[in-house]
Ligand binder design. Structure first.
Ligand code: PMP
Length: 433
C-alpha cells in the first residue's frame, strides 16, 4: 500500500469520505485521491513524491501558480502583524478599491470568506432590495451550497425545483425556479408567467461547473433585458471566471458584444483570494447600501476581510495587472487545447475544446455542448480512462467530466507539451479499448 492509500484509509475514519469537499474523493472517476504534500509553480507533489502538472490550481485561485514569491512575502508580512482582528483595516479598503477599479459594474463590494457565502448573500440582497422571493437559476450552474441553490429542475416551468441534497426542506426551494441554460424561449416564458415575482436571475457567464459552457450572447442579452424589464436583478457569478478569463471578468467580454451590458450584482471568489479564503459580492451603491449596517439586509462574518487573506488577494490582483498577463495566459491555454484536440482527433476520438484566458474545457463529444443535458451525454467511462491515464503520467486534471480546467502563469510551454504527449499515449490506449 502506498502513502496515498494509507492516508485515504486513515482519513475515512475521521473525516466523512476522507475529504472536506466531495469532488476530492475521486468518487466519479474511482481510485485513490492523491494526498498533496506540497506545491510550487505549476506542480503538485503527492504523499508518495509523485509530481503532477496541476490543471486544477485549487479550483481556480492559483492563477499565478503556487508559491509566487511576492504573494508569499505579502502573506508572511501580514501574518507578522496579526492573523485576525475582527475590526476594519486599511487593506480591506485597498482590496475593495482594486476590485471596483477592475470591475466597473461595481461601486461597492462586501468581502466574505467563500463563494457560497457571496452568492447566498447576493441573493438575500436581491430579495431584500426587490421585496420579492422567486429566484431563477440554470441547470448545471453552481453557485455554492446554500440551501436555496441546491435545486434541480421540476417537471415543468410552473413547477418549482426539487432539492438535490437531503436536509433541504421543500419550503426553502419552493421559490427557486431552475431553467435550461442557453434556452432563451424558456426564459421568456418564465418571465411572462411570473416575472413580477422574480427577485433575481443568477448565472455563471461561462459555466465552469458544466466543464466549460458559454452563455450565448443572445441568452445573456435576454437575461439582462428580461430581468431589467421585470424589475428583477441580474446576478453574474464570476467566482470562477472573475480575473481569470479576462482582467474585467467574463462581463467585460459580454460588454464588448452587448452595448452597455452590466450585471446588477457580481459574485467573486477564487482569484481574489489568491489561495486564501476570500470572496466578495458587489454592485451599484443604491443596492449595496441596503446591507447592514446601513440597510435592512443582514450579512456578517467573524473572519470577513481577514488581514492575511486580503494581503494574499491584493498582491495577486496587482500581479495579474501586468501588461499582457491575460493575453499570454490565454495563448498558453489555447495551445494546450489545440494540442489535445489535434491528438484526440488523430486518434479518432470525438473531441471538442473551448477556452478563455486561463479557463478551459474539453469534451469527449464531437460538438461543444450548450447545456447540462448535452454535457451529460459524455461517456463517463471514457473520461475516467483519460483522467487516470493522465494522472499516472503526472498530469492532474479535475476528477470529474463536468469540471473546468485551469492554467496558471507558471505553466510553461514544456508543461503543455508534456501534457499533450501524455494525452497522445492515453488517447491511443482509449481507442484500443
Ligand atoms: N460559484 C461558482 C461559479 C463556483 O465555481 C463555486 C465553487 N466552485 C462557488 C460559487 C462556490 O464557491 P466556494 O466553494 O468558495 O463556496
Amino acid at each position: 500500500m502506498n502513502h496515498n492509500e494509507t492516508l485515504f484509509l486513515r482519513a475515512q475514519k475521521s473525516i466523512p469520505g476522507g475529504v472536506n469537499s466531495p469532488v476530492r474523493a475521486f468518487k466519479a472517476v474511482g481510485g485513490t485521491p492523491a494526498f498533496i504534500h506540497k506545491a510550487q509553480g505549476a506542480y503538485l507533489w503527492d504523499a508518495d513524491g509523485q509530481r503532477y502538472v496541476d490543471y486544477i490550481g485549487s479550483w481556480g485561485p492559483m492563477i499565478l501558480g503556487h508559491g509566487h514569491p511576492e504573494v508569499l512575502a505579502a502573506v508572511s508580512q501580514a501574518m507578522q502583524q496579526g492573523l485576525s482582528f475582527g475590526a476594519p483595516t486599511e487593506r480591506e479598503i485597498e482590496l475593495a478599491e482594486e476590485i471596483i477599479k477592475l470591475v466597473p459594474s461595481m461601486d461597492m463590494v462586501r468581502l466574505v470568506n467563500s463563494g457560497t457565502e457571496a452568492s447566498m448573500s447576493a441573493i438575500r440582497l436581491a430579495r431584500g432590495f426587490t421585496g420579492r422571493n422567486k429566484i431563477i437559476k440554470f441547470e448545471g450552474c453552481y453557485h455554492g451550497h446554500a440551501d436555496s441553490l441546491l435545486v434541480k429542475a421540476g417537471s415543468g416551468l410552473a413547477t418549482f425545483g426539487h432539492a438535490t441534497s437531503a436536509g433541504v426542506p421543500q419550503e426553502v426551494v419552493q421559490d427557486t425556479v431552475v431553467l435550461e441554460f442557453n434556452n432563451v424561449a424558456q426564459l421568456q416564458e418564465a418571465f411572462a408567467q411570473f416575472g413580477t415575482e422574480v427577485a433575481c436571475v443568477i448565472m455563471e457567464p461561462i459555466a465552469g461547473n458544466m466543464n466549460f459552457v458559454r452563455a450565448s450572447v443572445p441568452f445573456m442579452q435576454a437575461a439582462r433585458e428580461l430581468s431589467q424589464r421585470a424589475g428583477a436583478l441580474l446576478i453574474i457569478d464570476e467566482v470562477m471566471t472573475g480575473f481569470r478569463v479576462a482582467l474585467g471578468g467574463a462581463q467585460s467580454l459580454y460588454a464588448q458584444q452587448i452595448p452597455g451590458f452590466a450585471p446588477d450584482l457580481t459574485v467573486l471568489g477564487k482569484v481574489i483570494g489568491g489561495g486564501m479564503p476570500l470572496a466578495a459580492f458587489g454592485g451599484p451603491k443604491h443596492i449595496m447600501e441596503q446591507l447592514a449596517p446601513l440597510g435592512p439586509v443582514y450579512q456578517a462574518g467573524t473572519l470577513s476581510g481577514n488581514p492575511v487573506a486580503t494581503a494574499c488577494g491584493l498582491t495577486t490582483l496587482r500581479l495579474i495587472q501586468e501588461p499582457g498577463f491575460h493575453a499570454a495566459l490565454g495563448q498558453r491555454t489555447q495551445s494546450l487545447m489545440r494540442g489535445l484536440h489535434q491528438a484526440a482527433t488523430q486518434a479518432g476520438l470525438p473531441f471538442s475544446v473551448d477556452s478563455e484566458g486561463g479557463l478551459f474545457g474539453f469534451f469527449l463529444l464531437p460538438e461543444l455542448p450548450s447545456n447540462y443535458s448535452q454535457v451529460m451525454q459524455t461517456k463517463g467511462a471514457l473520461f475516467n480512462q483519460l483522467f487516470h491515464g493522465l494522472l499516472q503520467r503526472g498530469v492532474y486534471l479535475a476528477p470529474a467530466l463536468y469540471e473546468a480546467g485551469f492554467v496558471s502563469a507558471a505553466h510553461t510551454q514544456e508543461d503543455i507539451e508534456h501534457t499533450i504527449a501524455a494525452a497522445t499515449e492515453v488517447f491511443a490506449e482509449m481507442v484500443a479499448g
